[in-house]
Each structure stands twice: as structure tokens, then as C-alpha cells.
Design a protein around this ligand. Structure first.
Ligand SMILES: CCCCCCCCCC(=O)SCCNC(=O)CCNC(=O)[C@H](O)C(C)(C)COP(=O)(O)OP(=O)(O)OC[C@H]1O[C@@H](n2cnc3c(N)ncnc32)[C@H](O)[C@@H]1OP(=O)(O)O
Length: 233
């Protein structure tokens, strides 16, 4: 656990409090082509894709590495909220997404930091890639000490779906094929990689995999049959 993220988040300053306010991160490295408007309720508008005290040194190291790559604009950090966005501007067109008043975005539904899905996503539009740094918390347990396969599917779905969304438009998951290769230890840091393979009409084909942060272990892979279907125009 961290004492403070002041020293660990390279080039950025924040108060050494439980909730770091990384304004410097918020103001850069965020997707500009697409505008996402979160709900106005303060309890759900905190950007969760920023370091908090539950992040391990390995998670921070990976975060710093990707933040460095946002400097020249090739990679963008994606903000993330407890409630999903209410408006999306995509390719100049605005979509209003109606949500139930007390609903939560599934991936951010556990309030206490570090217990559920801790993650941050980075998008590379030129390469049609989205990478997610993921640290599974103890509420995601399946086999003793390891992440539940459903949580692995959820982070793959969100990463591949996010990539399909940012690269192609509004989608629904039609089919997600996963081969589970090696269990993911709770509290470890893994890299979830996704890439847009091809678009055929309304079908968006994606590939992806999950590796340990050191690259040595392949935890899971999503095959080329994984399919996201674009909404009807
Ligand atoms: C930054 C964070 C971003 C977060 C991203 C969030 C990602 C999470 C996304 C989700 O969790 S979505 C929720 C889970 N998914 C669903 O509940 C979807 C349920 N299924 C449906 O709503 C519909 O079946 C679907 C929209 C997927 C497709 O129905 P449509 O009536 O719009 O399309 P249609 O059935 O006409 O199929 C269009 C094409 O896709 C093909 N297709 C559809 N489903 C398929 C399937 N399962 N396997 C293979 N092909 C499929 C279909 O054959 C056809 O191909 P062709 O154009 O070549 O004829």
C-alpha cells in the first residue's frame, strides 16, 4: 500500500491525502475527438481512472509509463466514472443516453477503492488499440486468491468494447470468445490489450489478451471471432 502518491506519480503533484487530486493528469491525455459528459451528481463524477491509495507500486509504475506516452498525443488516458456518461458526442453527432436515477456503471459499482475493479484505460487511435491496466481486488475472488472468470470476462468485454466504441461507434457485444490460460492473482497488475481487427458492415471484429505486467504470463486471450455489433443507424 502507498503512503502517498506524491513521489510515485512522476512529473505530477498531488496532495498526500487518501484521495489525490491529479489535476495535471485530468487536463491532458484525455480523448478530444469524443466528448463524454458524466452525470452531474457529485458522488459519481469523480474520475476513477486516476491513482488512489490502493494502487500498488507496480500499478503506478505502469500508469507512469503510459502517462509518459500521452505526452506526444499518441496515447490518451480515458477518464472513467461510477455512473456511465449521459451524453456522447461521436463523430460530431450527440447521443443522449438515458440512465436509471440510482444506477451505477457495473465496472465501478464497488465504492471502496481497491476492492473491485481498479483500472485505467489508454487509447491509441492511430494503432486502433486500447490498453487497460487492471488490478483485481479481493471482492473479485473466484478460486482462492485468484480473480473470478466472470471478472476477467468483464474487463476483457470493457476493454474490447471500449476500443470498438472509440474506433467504430456505438456497439453492443454480440459474441466474446475467451480462452483462459492462467489464473490472475488478486492484487496483481495485468495489461489488457485490445485491437480492432476489421469492420464488416455493422460487425466489428476485435482481438485481445491479458498478460502479466512483466509480460511473462499469458492469462487469457479473446479470439478473432469476438464480435461487437454497431447500433442500427
Ligand atoms: C470506455 C468504456 C466503454 C465500455 C464498453 C462497454 C462494453 C460492454 C458492452 C456490453 O456489455 S453490451 C451488453 C451485452 N450484450 C448484449 O446484451 C447484446 C444482446 N444482443 C443484441 O442486442 C443483439 O443480438 C445484437 C445487437 C448483438 C445484434 O442484433 P441486431 O438485430 O442489431 O443485429 P443482427 O442480428 O441483424 O446482426 C447483425 C450482423 O451481426 C451478426 N451477428 C449478430 N450477433 C452475432 C453473434 N452472436 N455471432 C456472430 N454474428 C452475429 C449477424 O449475423 C449479422 O451479420 P450480417 O450483417 O453479416 O448478416
Amino acid at each position: 500500500m502507498l503512503r502517498s502518491c506524491t513521489q510515485l506519480v512522476k512529473g505530477l503533484t498531488c496532495r498526500p491525502s487518501a484521495r489525490c487530486r491529479l489535476d495535471a493528469v485530468r487536463s491532458r491525455g484525455v480523448v478530444d475527438r469524443i466528448s463524454l459528459v458524466p452525470f452531474s451528481n457529485a458522488s459519481v463524477t469523480t474520475d476513477c481512472a486516476l491513482p488512489n491509495d490502493s494502487w500498488s507500486p507496480d500499478m503506478l509504475e505502469q500508469f507512469n509509463k503510459f502517462m509518459e506516452m500521452t505526452r506526444d498525443g499518441t496515447w490518451k488516458r480515458l477518464p472513467s466514472y461510477r455512473k456511465f456518461m449521459e451524453k456522447v458526442t461521436l463523430g460530431g453527432k450527440e447521443y443522449v443516453l438515458k440512465r436509471a436515477p440510482n444506477s451505477r456503471f457495473f465496472m465501478r459499482s464497488i465504492d471502496k477503492e481497491g476492492l473491485g475493479f481498479e483500472y485505467v484505460m489508454f487509447l491509441n487511435q492511430a494503432q486502433k488499440r486500447l490498453v487497460c491496466l487492471f488490478q483485481p481486488g479481493i471482492y473479485l475472488e473466484g478460486p482462492p486468491g485468484f480473480a473470478h472468470g466472470g471478472s476477467t470476462a468483464a474487463i476483457l468485454d470493457s476493454t474490447l468494447g471500449g476500443c470498438a466504441f472509440y474506433m467504430a461507434g456505438r456497439i453492443m457485444t454480440g459474441n466474446l470468445n475467451i480462452n483462459y490460460k492462467s489464473p490472475i492473482p488478486l492484487g496483481s497488475v495485468v495489461l489488457v490489450e485490445s485491437k480492432l481487427d476489421r469492420v464488416e458492415g455493422r460487425k466489428v471484429f476485435m482481438t485481445g489478451h491479458i498478460r502479466s505486467a512483466d509480460g511473462q504470463t499469458l492469462h487469457a486471450e479473446a479470439t478473432g471471432k469476438s464480435l461487437f455489433v454497431l447500433s442500427q443507424p
